[in-house]
Every structure is written in C-alpha cells, then in structure tokens.
Design a protein around this ligand. Structure first.
Ligand code: PEP
Ligand code: MN
Length: 338
C-alpha cells in the first residue's frame, strides 16, 4: 500500500501514520520527496481496510500497489530517484553520466591511461572488472582485490568514481572501501542472497538486467535490494538474448522508456554488452541517450583489440572521445546535459 501524506503534514502526523501501519503488521518504507512524504507499506496488506488510514490526520490519499514490485514502482517516488555520489555526481538527474573503462582491470599502465583519457573526455566513473564472470573457466578471471586497488588509485588520481562488479557475498566487505558503486552483473541478477546482502550496505548498486529476464523480473530483483533499506539502486539495460545472431545480444532500447514509466529508479544503458560489436556501440549509445537513459556504461581500452576480455566490443580511447562529443549533441536535443 502507498500512503501519500499531504504537503503540509507534520512529523508528528507522519509518525502517527507509521505507528498505525506497523501496528497493522506491515513493514514501512519512507521516502521524503520535494513535495511530499510517501509511506510504502509492504507485507500482508490485502486484508487491510485502507479507509482507516485515509482518515488519519495529514494523509492525502491511500492506494493499493497493484504491481508485484512495491518499492521499485514509480508511485513510491513519483518525482524519480536521484542517486548521489561524491564529487557532486548524480545519476538520475538532469545530467547524463558516463561510466567508462575496460571490461577487466589488467595492469597499472592500462588502467591509469584509461582513467586519464576517460576524465579528459568528460566521463565521471571509471569502470573495470576485478572479479570476472567468464563463460569459460579457462578465460581470464580478473585480478581480484589487488586489481581493484589499482583502479581506485587511478580513479583518485584523476577525480573519477569507481564502479566494479561484485559476484558473491564474500566480496562485498573487501570491496566496500574501494568502490563508489557495486555492479551486479547480468548472470547474478537473480542471485537473491547476494541482492539481499546488498540491501544491507549503504552504497549504491547498479543492477544489470539478466540475459533472459523480463523487465518485471528486473524490477522484482531490485526489490530485494530496496526492501533491505538500500534505496540507491540504478538499473541497467545491457541487451537480452533473442533469436538474432547479428549482434551478441539484442539491445532493448524500448526498455528505457518502459522502465522510466514503471519505476522511479535511474536507468543506465550498456551498449557494449548490448551489441558485442565495436562498430555498433556508438549508434546504440546515442539511441539510448535519445530514449532517456540517465547514464551510459561503455567499455574502453588503450589497446582495445588486445583487451583481455570483450575486445570485440571495446572502444579505442579516440573513438570514446568522438562518441562523447556526439552524445553531448544528443543530450542537448532531449533537454539534458552531458
Ligand atoms: C561487464 O560489465 O563487464 C559484464 C560482465 O557485464 P554483464 O554482466 O552485463 O555481462
Ligand atoms: Mn565486459
């Protein structure tokens, strides 16, 4: 259930409504928007008489949430979620944010040179995997925590934020001081134990859509994180598996406006995994910004063809710089900055 408080509702009135909801046996999640406070009640609400809550002082309206996802739905935060990071970076705001870096952290020179160029081109985040979910157990698996430390140093040296993939619960703690945002990969979108644990941390999480997941399943997965009280969740469209073989995955651009409508969470587009082809990354990145993406996640490398993983879809740094200039034009055309 959603209880929307009146704009002028007092703290005492809000507390009284929370108490009444708790007494009725529902878990309460509060969000304080620019205009009003919204209280979402999750749990056994089906049998509750909602009119009882409608009569409480300070309440504007009460309604049931018809979708299976309760906290990810737009009615919890009608004005949208803005996830705030250090350096004044905001994902979900007016500015389109760019996250770029290699698929995998490989060595000092690679990650420092990438950081320098990502910053110079206008990126905000340095991406790079330290723990890699590879299809083959014989492929490069990543440098682990030492690699992540190297990326942290490179990012700090150039005023960038760090995003990196967490594959299992045991990695959360050692990663915490080294990342600004956890990435949950497509293969782990339904690793519910990992998601629950990330609901307990107070650091943003970027949740990628699974390769065969519906939008509803993505939103339900985000609910595992949100219901733990971590409301800083960013969704990511990274292509899904279809019958089409011309691209590695089928980039579902339509998912961007669909998610914007259904959810308040920011949505990021990853055209690198979405296409798997270097020559297709820029067109799809531009399409994603035009469609309303709040950020772009893209793989770049100083020597892209020699990248230890995902070389075929990785941009050279010069190509990335050109793309950034093009994206600025697209962003402006849809009333945003980059
Ligand atoms: C990645 O970002 O390098 C990655 C492994 O992504 P995905 O989980 O989307 O395959
Ligand atoms: Mn990759």
């Amino acid at each position: 259930m959603i209880v929307a408080m009146q704009e002028k509702a007092t703290e005492e009135q809000i507390d009284a409504v929370i108490d009444a909801m708790v007494e009725a046996g529902v878990g309460v999640h509060r969000t304080t928007g620019a205009m009003q406070t919204i209280l979402a009640g999750v749990g056994p609400t089906a049998s509750l008489d909602l009119s009882k809550f409608e009569l409480l002082p300070g309440v504007e309206h009460v309604h049931r949430i018809s979708s299976p996802y309760k906290l990810a739905g737009r009615s919890f935060r009608p004005e949208g979620t803005v996830v705030e990071f250090r350096n004044g970076v905001k994902v979900g705001g007016q500015q389109v944010i760019v996250m770029a870096g290699p698929c995998s952290i490989e060595n000092h020179e690679q990650i420092f040179e990438t950081a320098r160029r990502v910053k110079a081109s206008g990126g905000s985040f340095l991406r790079g995997g330290a723990f890699k979910p590879r299809s083959s157990p014989y492929a490069f698996q990543g440098l682990g925590i030492p690699g992540l430390q190297m990326m942290r140093e490179a990012a700090d040296a150039h005023g960038l934020l760090v995003i990196s993939e967490v594959m299992e619960i045991a990695q959360i703690e050692p990663m915490l001081p080294l990342v600004d945002c956890f990435q949950v990969g497509a293969r782990n979108m339904q690793n519910f134990n990992l998601l629950r644990e990330l609901g307990q941390v107070r650091k943003p999480v970027l949740l990628k859509r699974g390769i065969a997941a519906t939008i509803e399943e993505l939103l339900l997965s985000s609910e595992y994180i949100l219901s733990g009280g971590n409301y800083d969740v960013i969704l990511c469209e990274r292509g899904i598996r279809t019958y089409e073989t011309a691209t590695r995955n089928t980039m579902d651009i339509a998912a961007i406006p669909v998610i914007k409508k259904l959810s308040h969470l920011p949505i990021v587009a990853d055209p690198s995994h979405g296409t798997g082809r270097r020559d297709m990354v820029a067109p799809l990145a531009k399409a994603a910004v035009a469609a309303g993406a709040d950020a772009i996640l893209v793989e770049v490398h100083p020597n892209a063809d020699k990248a230890a993983s995902d070389a075929a879809q990785t941009l050279y740094l010069e190509q990335f710089d050109t793309l950034m200039n093009e994206l600025r034009v697209i962003a402006a055309a849809v009333g945003r900055t980059l």
